[in-house]
Design a binder for this molecule. Structure first.
Ligand code: SPD
Length: 368
C-alpha cells in the first residue's frame, strides 16, 4: 500500500515537471544576498526559503572595500547587501541604495530607538537602511599561549599586546593575525598612541604608520576571516579581530574539545564599535523578495537565533528576551557600562583622509 502511494506521488511529480512551461519556470522567485562571512544562523536561509518559496543565492565577503567596489561599479547583482555604517554613509552620497518603503516592513517596530538614533548619523531618518548586527574591534587571544610567551603579566587588556615590539616579537612564535582592513587597524594604532582614532590630521597617520611598520615583521598574516579557525585550532595565539568572530572561535574550540581556550578583550586605550547595515542596492532586480527578506530579519525570533549563533548583538529590542542568557550576559557581545566608555564609533572621514589611511596600510601590508 505504502509502496503504491509512493509510486503515484513520484509519477505526479514527474508529470508536473513535464507540464511546467518555460514561462512558469522563469517565474521562480529568487533573491540574491551578499553578506559578511560567518554572519548568519545555520538555518536562517533554509527557513526563509521554506516559509516564502523564495530561492536565495547567498554569497559572502569579508571586506567593506570589496563590497564597496561592487556597489560603486553600479552592477552588484545583489538585492540585499550589508555594508558597515561608516562606509554606507559615503555610498548613500554616491546614490547606490534605494530608499526603503517602510510600509513594507511592518516589523520595523521592533528596532531599538536608541540604536536607530545612533545610526541616523550615517543615514538621515534611517531612509535607506537598518542595522543587522553590531560589534567591536578588539583582540582575540589564547590565554595559555600568551602566558607561555609573555608570562603571567601579559597586557591582554591593552593594544600594547600587538603594538609593542617587545610583546609581538615574542608572540610571533605562536602566530599573530591582523585584520586586512585599513579602517580597523589604523584607528586601533591611533588609539594606542593616544591620538584621535577618527583623526583628520595627516601627521597622526604618519605616526600610526611608523608604529605599524615597527611591528610589521612579526605579523603572521593579514586576513579578515581566517583567524576564526586558526584561533580555534591553536594555530595562532593572537588576532586583531571582530568580537563575535573571536567568540565563534572560542565556541568552535570548545565544541572540538581540543584544549584550546580563546578569549576576547576590548583594549583599555579604546576600541571601535560598528554597525553593519542592511540595504537594497539600486540595481536590485528582486525588490519584493528583498522586502520579504528584510522583514523576515526583523522578526524577533529570527534575529535572536542569529545572535545566538554568531555571537553578535542586533538592534532588535524585542529579540533580546529571546537571546540566550549566555550571549546576553557576555561582556564581549554586550559591553559593560565601563567598557562602553572605551568605545568610539567610526566617523565618516573626508575622502582625502581615507586615501591616506589606505595608502599607509598598503605600505604596511607590503612591508615597505
Ligand atoms: N564575520 C562577520 C564580521 C562582521 C564584521 N563587520 C565589520 C565591521 C567593520 N567595521
Amino acid at each position: 500500500m505504502i509502496r503504491n502511494l509512493g509510486k503515484s506521488l513520484i509519477t505526479a511529480a514527474v508529470t508536473c515537471t513535464m507540464m511546467a512551461s518555460p514561462l512558469a519556470m522563469a517565474k521562480e522567485k529568487t533573491l540574491n544576498v551578499y553578506n559578511w562571512s560567518d554572519y548568519i544562523a545555520e538555518d536562517t536561509i533554509a527557513n526563509f526559503e521554506k516559509e516564502t518559496g523564495i530561492k536565495v543565492r547567498y554569497d559572502v565577503f569579508d571586506s567593506n572595500e570589496v563590497l564597496e567596489a561592487k556597489l560603486l561599479s553600479g552592477k552588484t547583482g545583489y538585492d540585499i547587501v550589508v555594508p558597515s555604517a561608516s562606509f554606507m554613509a559615503r555610498q548613500i552620497q554616491a546614490g547606490v541604495f534605494k530608499e526603503l518603503d517602510k510600509s513594507k516592513l511592518p516589523d520595523w517596530k521592533h528596532l531599538d530607538d536608541e540604536i536607530m538614533g545612533l545610526v541616523e548619523t550615517y543615514d538621515q531618518e534611517n531612509k535607506h537602511s537598518f542595522p543587522y548586527l553590531w560589534g567591536t574591534t578588539g583582540i582575540g587571544y589564547n590565554p595559555d599561549l600568551v602566558e607561555k610567551y609573555l608570562g603571567e603579566e601579559a597586557p591582554v587588556d591593552s593594544w600594547s599586546l600587538v603594538f609593542e615590539e617587545e610583546n609581538i616579537s615574542k608572540l610571533s612564535k605562536c602566530g599573530v593575525a591582523f585584520l586586512n582592513a585599513p579602517t580597523e587597524v589604523v584607528p586601533a594604532a591611533l588609539s594606542y598612541l593616544g591620538l584621535d582614532p577618527n583623526s583628520t590630521n595627516k601627521a597622526d597617520y604618519a605616526k600610526a604608520e611608523e608604529l605599524l611598520m615597527k611591528v610589521r615583521p612579526y605579523i603572521t598574516y593579514f586576513h579578515s576571516s581566517r583567524f576564526i579557525s586558526d584561533l580555534a585550532n591553536g594555530d595562532i595565539c593572537v588576532a586583531i579581530g571582530w568580537s563575535g568572530d573571536v567568540l565563534q572561535a572560542s565556541d568552535r574550540a570548545y565544541e572540538a574539545d581540543n584544549g584550546v581556550v580563546v578569549e576576547y578583550t576590548i583594549p583599555k586605550e579604546g576600541a571601535g564599535m560598528w554597525f553593519d547595515m542592511l540595504a537594497i542596492p539600486n540595481d536590485a532586480e528582486n525588490v519584493d523578495e528583498a522586502y520579504a527578506f528584510l522583514n523576515y530579519l526583523l522578526k524577533p525570533d529570527v534575529m535572536a537565533e542569529i545572535s545566538n549563533y554568531v555571537a553578535y548583538a542586533s538592534a532588535n529590542k524585542s529579540s533580546e528576551a529571546l537571546v540566550d542568557e549566555e550571549i546576553r550576559e557576555n561582556p564581549g557581545i554586550y559591553p559593560t557600562e565601563s567598557a562602553k566608555k572605551n568605545l568610539y564609533v567610526f566617523e565618516v572621514l573626508p575622502p582625502k583622509i581615507n586615501r591616506v589611511i589606505n595608502r599607509s596600510f598598503t605600505n604596511v601590508t607590503a612591508g615597505q
